[in-house]
Design a protein around this ligand. Sequence first.
Ligand code: HEM
Length: 300
Amino acid sequence: MPKLKHLLIAVLFACLTFSNPVSAQRDATGADPIFEYLGLERPANWETLSRDQRFQLLEDLGIYPENGSKYQGQIPSDLSLYFEKQGLTEPENWADMTFAEKQNYLNQAITKKDNISPQEVIQENPLSKLIGLDIFNLNELSWKDLFLFFGYWAERLVIIIMFVKPAVVIFKTNWLKKIFSWRQTMGWLSTLLYFIHALGFIILYDLFGLAAWNKAYLIWGGLAGMLMLILGITSNKYSMKLLKANWKKIQRLAYPAFFFILAHTSLSKHGDLRKFLGLGGFYLIAKIVEIIWQKRKTNV
Ligand code: HEM
């Protein structure tokens, strides 16, 4: 018989799957007015690019939508990074210039770019990807890159914490047991990293008013953050003594927190629940195998 907690996880999983208003209405169109405003021709391979590649291309140009939203055809209001990347000063009358005038102006940058060293051309390499930071271009590090870096590691630690329990039960290796014994420390560290990440983005994207929290990925992030704070604060011997039997119940908040984090990062990166369903589904399978394994052990 499945226990109540397992049913709850399954219900939560189903709710998240079908309650994604933002991704349903999002798409990566709206590029034409953006490119026109930037004074650029739309790239010839635009139609063949995936949604993520399109966002990446726009970000590489140095333009970001406001408040951390994704592009839906809105004209970027802040072009400072765009011009900075081109090595040009932003003309005051940019908005009034014709497309041809803008192209003429940008041609100066193209001539300058011919002198760029190969180092500057490196956008991404496997090591940077692994670390979550473009370590070969630290001089171009933006606040966004930095706060994302903290978020990546907060999420990675949570993933390790969640998967290590089924892994230890199934594989029983010593190195997994060692990682298992570090769970509390990893929990504290991930709370600290998430806190810097969240605070950073709250300031960077001006998320102080409730109205700014109108994106599904932010709401899931906020909920996950609240649960992580509760978990981080109560993960110590003093709280254990104080809360007695309730302590274990509070620690179970790690499960919804994990799924909320996956929903947050999945929607933020892809605008859909692909990652949430993939990793979340894999975790559910691992958990079911763990329970079966444990039952078999007690029956022997
Ligand atoms: C109040 C809580 C939170 C806020 C305000 C917040 C804010 C944000 C924002 C604005 C982004 C998108 C940045 C962009 O692409 O422009 C983001 C992405 C991200 N967040 Fe959070 N976040 C919160 C909680 C969390 C938590 C709890 C974690 C993990 C433990 C987390 C991990 C991440 C990661 C890994 C990404 C990058 C996703 C990707 O593009 O691959 N965040 N967050």
